[in-house]
Design a protein around this ligand. Structure first.
Ligand SMILES: Cc1ncc(COP(=O)(O)O)c(C=O)c1O
Length: 402
């Protein structure tokens, strides 16, 4: 029996393929530091579980398809603290940012329509595009200049009659890139000029290390009708397992259509929604301690990477990832070798190969993504292991090194 061409176009995220190798290595007693995935180790604020544990309901019934009012109110309160004026009618609760993105793709694109985005990109966008028969079109950004936006003419040249939207990830995964005000203006202007939606995936919004403050296309009233904000509590509150995300837009006609998708999947988990209310009601100062912790980790990794010969990496200003060029030719081979054949004092690291973050898998062959989601001491160990691993790899495979 045949399966659909849409599902056949989808593929398993590259980072999953290493897990069988990792469990083999672990069975042999090797300790593996997981620097490959954006799963924060920070404790989820206790309010979430307290609220869930105090639920006094005899029947866990379906909730409103668009999300419970208390959660949408709490979300609007959070945005108002950022200076954004959304009300509950502008807000849909989704099963994570993932469902928010999927609904957005379905809601704005017909089969064969195009969405334009910067590469390297969050790899799951590719799977969402395949599942919805959307064509993702990339414009390249580079490690050498900190993944700066290319000249607007480069982006404009990629716009076709099928382009429906520009999708920006700010701060970026995998790059950690935070768009400047000027870069945001470029995208806002392009969206206005070409009548495109501008989707801003801001799930890493609270992880910004510079002083520029919050900058978003959400602040441009003239774009309101074309702007879609995608959000999630996963990273911000270290609550990846709660599966709560949001779509926000002032475009009421669009929101009415998107609501049909919410109705189709009936509801989002009652427990997760109630717990999430507590998170979104947290004072903005809650993020101060978290940001301080990530700032420390980021410095440890950045300093260590600067001391590894041949590594190219500018200091990322957001999220919790480094995208680094290594002095090797095939990062996938190196990563596999680190798991199978290398250890430093009985320990090794698992990194993410960057080719998954490009539309063409031949791109990014010499790049890896490093997630700084472990405590400072472990990150330091991880970087020491990486340094020794690169030395040993290049001794073993000189032709595979630059
Ligand atoms: C850029 C980006 N957007 C969206 C998501 C989806 O997150 P979730 O579905 O957990 O809300 C992720 C998760 O890693 C992400 O990195």
């Amino acid at each position: 029996m045949e399966t659909s061409y849409r599902i056949q176009k989808m593929s398993e995220p590259a980072l999953l393929k290493y897990y069988p190798l990792v469990s083999e290595a672990q069975k042999k007693g090797k300790k593996v530091y997981f620097l490959n995935i954006g799963q924060p180790d920070i404790t989820t604020p206790e309010g979430f579980l307290k609220r869930v544990n105090s639920i006094d309901q005899k029947v866990l019934s379906y909730q409103a398809p668009e999300g419970i009012t208390a959660l949408r109110e709490a979300a609007c309160g959070y945005y108002s603290r950022l200076g954004l004026n959304y009300d509950t009618g502008d807000c849909l609760v989704t099963n994570g940012g993932s469902e928010a993105l999927l609904f957005t793709f379905i809601g704005i694109c017909n089969a064969g329509d195009e969405i334009l985005t910067a590469e390297p990109l969050y790899s799951i966008y590719k799977e969402m595009a395949a599942a919805t028969d959307v064509k993702l079109v990339g414009f390249k950004t580079y490690a050498e200049d900190g993944f700066a936006l290319p000249d607007p003419s480069v982006i404009e040249a990629a716009i076709t009659p099928r382009t429906r939207a520009i999708l920006m990830t700010n701060p970026g995964n995998p790059t950690g890139k935070v768009f400047t005000k000027k870069e945001i203006e470029v995208m806002v202007e392009l969206a206005l000029k070409h009548h495109l939606y501008l989707i801003s995936d801001e799930v890493y919004r609270e992880f910004i290390y510079g002083d520029e403050g919050y900058q978003s296309p959400a602040q441009y009233d003239e774009l309101a009708d074309q702007f879609i904000l995608v959000d999630s509590i996963s990273k911000r509150y270290s609550a990846c397992g709660a599966r709560i995300g949001f779509i926000l837009s002032k475009n009421q006609a669009l929101m009415e259509q998107l609501k049909k998708l919410c109705q189709m999947r009936l509801a989002v988990s009652t427990l997760d929604q109630l717990g999430a209310v507590e998170l979104l009601n947290l004072d903005q100062h809650f993020f101060d301690g978290i940001l301080a912790e990530y700032t420390k980790r980021r410095k440890i990794v950045y300093d260590a990477l600067q001391n590894i010969p041949g590594v190219i990496c500018k200091e990322p200003m957001g999220a919790f990832y480094f995208m680094a060029k290594l002095p090797i030719k095939d990062a996938s081979h190196f990563i596999e070798w680190m798991i199978n054949d290398f250890d430093y004092l009985g320990e090794t690291v698992l990194l993410s190969p960057a080719n998954d973050f490009y539309l063409n898998p031949a791109d990014g062959a010499d790049e890896v993504r490093i997630a700084y989601v472990l405590n400072g001491a472990d990150m330091l160990k991880g970087m020491t292991i990486l340094k020794h691993g690169l030395e040993a790899y290049c001794m073993a495979f000189p032709k595979a090194c630059k």
